[in-house]
Design a protein. Structure first.
Length: 152
C-alpha cells in the first residue's frame, strides 16, 4: 500500500487527471475544427499529449520505485496549492497572466518548501516576467494581459 499511497504517486495521478481533463475539454468546442492543423487546438493538444505521455512514464516510475517518496507530509499544504491553482486558472483570463502568476508563485513556492524570501520574490517576478517578455513582446503570441495595462 505504501508503494501507491505516497506523495509522488498522488501528485502524478493528479497531474494525469488534470492533463486528461484539459485534453478532453479541447473537443466539442465551436472553434475546434476537425482538420488537425487548421484548429487552434492543434498545438495545445500536442503539448497535452506529451504531458500525458511523460506523466504516465513518471507515474510508472513512481509506482515501481515504491519507497522513493515518503508518506504525505501535509494535506494542508497540498490543499492550499490546489485551491491556489483553481483560483489562478479562473482568474488568469480576466486579470491577465503576470499578476495572477506572481501571486500563485508567492503562495505555492513556500508551500513547496522554498522559504528564502529573496528567492521566492525573485522567482515569482522573474519567471512570469520573462514569459511575458518572450511571448507578448518577442514572439507575438500574446498571453492574457491585465486590465490595468497592456504591457503585462
Amino acid at each position: 500500500m505504501h508503494r501507491i499511497a505516497n506523495e509522488r504517486v498522488i501528485v502524478q495521478l493528479a497531474l494525469l487527471i488534470a492533463a486528461a481533463a484539459l485534453y478532453a475539454s479541447t473537443y466539442g468546442q465551436s472553434f475546434s475544427a476537425s482538420d488537425l492543423a487548421q484548429s487552434p487546438m492543434f498545438f495545445p493538444r500536442i503539448i497535452l499529449m506529451l504531458w500525458m505521455g511523460l506523466n504516465v512514464i513518471s507515474l510508472a516510475q513512481a509506482v515501481t520505485e515504491g519507497g522513493g517518496g515518503g508518506p504525505i507530509a501535509s494535506w494542508t499544504r497540498i490543499g492550499a496549492v490546489i485551491v491556489a491553482a483553481l483560483i489562478y486558472t479562473n482568474v488568469i483570463g480576466s486579470e491577465g497572466f503576470f499578476i495572477p502568476s506572481v501571486l500563485f508563485a508567492l503562495i505555492s513556492l513556500p508551500a513547496f518548501g522554498i522559504r528564502n524570501p529573496i528567492l521566492v520574490v525573485l522567482f515569482a517576478v522573474a519567471v512570469p516576467g520573462a514569459l511575458v517578455l518572450l511571448f507578448n513582446h518577442s514572439l507575438g503570441m500574446p498571453l492574457p494581459t491585465s486590465r490595468f495595462t497592456y504591457l503585462f
